[in-house]
Design a protein around this ligand. Structure first.
Ligand code: HEM
Length: 313
């Protein structure tokens, strides 16, 4: 799933789908994310005082060197694209290169690099984890898989307009329930109070850092009865407000990739399920563990291909 989501984001952001630079960016990105896989090294992300370069073998030193490698590759790509005369298609880098501010100025290389880096990081592992969880639940609960296959059989997935797939109600409910039960990020990104605030009887001082617990909100039994149970039907029976269902955070800093991610997840799931019959190799319940700032299935989701129908797309 990580490989698929990386291919998708590199194509959307850079328009890259093959070539040496594509392979190099892919490799360095994976290595950088792996730096924070263990809970111990994830601590580095939260404490500035620990972010010290103690040589290429220390976790932060390794991270810095990989970041330099990635910067080099990204700047090379920006530089080449700046010097290509014609506009290069519909990828995000092309759009950013042609953007002008109110004074007619283009974005600097550093601004472009920051935007691209943010999207590469925010938009790849998150989606891969959501896909892995969805595949887990679909194969852990046979009735969910049956209902989903029935819905997918009602359309011709291989030739359908993508929007037909993304509007399938049960597929949408399965994706929502996947993001409800174990949200990829348990917390929203932090906010810092600019002014003192009173909140439910608490006096919160200026400068305090606040973060919404997405996980706890999604597990409130008054909103989601039997919150530990995976039940896509709840999303067919009622609509949840942005204060009840917030896998992509909320407010004006809500995830900018939410629509993109859901579109991608639905198309990938529909294609996998309609072309392959899969089986979970381990039927034991799977719990989330921390990977950097996200939460992923412990040890990954191991599936076996039982059958392949038609040609995969
Ligand atoms: C299932 C996949 C994804 C999940 C669960 C997810 C979740 C989130 C969450 C919870 C936040 C914090 C929002 C807040 O604090 O209110 C966030 C921010 C963000 N996400 Fe996503 N995300 C996903 C996919 C993506 C994709 C595909 C992209 C890019 C194409 C992306 C780009 C971003 C960016 C740039 C931010 C920061 C927004 C800001 O600070 O203004 N995300 N995401």
């Amino acid at each position: 799933m990580q490989d698929i989501s990386l291919q998708v984001i590199l194509r959307a952001v850079f328009g890259l789908k093959e070539g040496e630079r594509y392979q190099q960016i892919k490799q360095v990105l994976i290595e950088m994310l792996d730096t924070f896989n263990s809970p111990l090294s994830a601590v580095l992300l939260f404490f500035k005082s620990l972010q010290r370069d103690l040589g290429p073998w220390s976790p932060w030193g390794r991270f810095i060197r990989r970041r330099q490698q990635l910067d080099k590759l990204i700047y090379q790509e920006i530089n080449e694209r700046r010097h290509q005369s014609e506009s290069q298609g519909e990828d995000i880098l092309s759009l950013l290169l042609s953007a002008r501010d109110e004074n007619g100025a283009a974005m600097t290389d550093m601004e472009l690099r920051d935007e691209l880096m943010t999207m590469l990081f925010a938009g790849h592992e998150t989606t891969a984890i959501a896909l892995a969880w969805a595949l887990y639940w679909i194969h852990y609960l046979p009735e969910v898989r049956e209902k989903l296959l029935k819905e997918l059989k009602s359309i011709d997935v291989a030739n359908a307009d993508p929007t037909v797939i993304t509007q399938l109600p049960y597929l949408n409910a399965v994706c929502s329930e996947t993001l409800r039960i174990y949200p990829v990020t348990f917390f929203s990104l932090p906010r810092i109070l600019k002014e003192p605030m009173q909140f439910m009887g608490y006096d919160l001082p200026k400068g305090m850092m606040l973060s919404v617990s997405i996980y706890l909100t999604h597990h409130r039994p008054d909103v989601y009865p039997e919150p530990e149970q995976f039940k896509p039907e709840r999303f067919l029976e009622r609509q949840f407000s942005p204060y009840e269902f917030l896998p992509f955070g909320g407010g004006n800093r809500r995830c900018i990739g939410a629509a993109f991610a859901l579109f991608e997840i639905k198309l990938i799931l529909a294609n996998i399920l309609s072309h392959y019959s899969l089986d979970l190799m381990d039927k034991a319940p799977l719990k989330p563990v921390r990977r950097g700032i996200v939460f992923a299935p412990n040890g990954g989701v191991h599936l076996m291909v039982k059958n392949k129908y038609g040609t995969g797309k």
